[in-house]
Design a protein around this ligand. Structure first.
Ligand SMILES: [Zn+2]
Length: 128
């Protein structure tokens, strides 16, 4: 692992512990030993200690739920352009589909992590 000063000046990517977005230079000591990297979303900062403490199985469930949610959002994009066959997408439509999925996945990871931590009744600001 690279020293903190060099980490963000190197080609080694760092992903947010919670949502997998590109991490900014926000590091938080987790478990008293490791530094975990986070993006600049306040929810990720709030959730980081909980996500760090999740078992692999619990985090897998959060990721699977987030993938399903992101798939729904990306599917809505395809519906909006009237195409469901990937082979008919042009380069820009394919890029937009991938971008839609990735951004929706990041949002869904925060939402699913909040639900795992705070319960099913938690409602994100984006859903209000
Ligand atoms: Zn994040």
């Amino acid at each position: 692992m690279l020293p903190v000063v060099r980490r963000f000046a190197s080609p080694e990517p760092a992903c947010c512990l919670v949502c997998r977005r590109h991490a900014t230079a926000i590091g938080q000591r987790a478990g008293g030993k490791r530094v975990v990297w986070l993006c600049d979303d306040p929810l990720c900062l709030e959730l980081s200690r909980w996500v760090f403490g999740m078992t692999a199985g619990a985090l897998n469930e959060v990721e699977r739920a987030a993938m399903s949610d992101a798939g729904d959002v990306a599917g809505q994009y395809l519906d909006s352009i009237g195409k469901t066959d990937f082979a008919t997408l042009d380069q820009e439509e394919w890029r937009k589909f991938l971008e839609t999925f990735v951004y929706a996945f990041e949002t869904a990871m925060r939402t699913q992590a909040c639900q795992a931590v705070y319960g099913e009744n938690w409602v994100s600001a984006e859903r209000k």
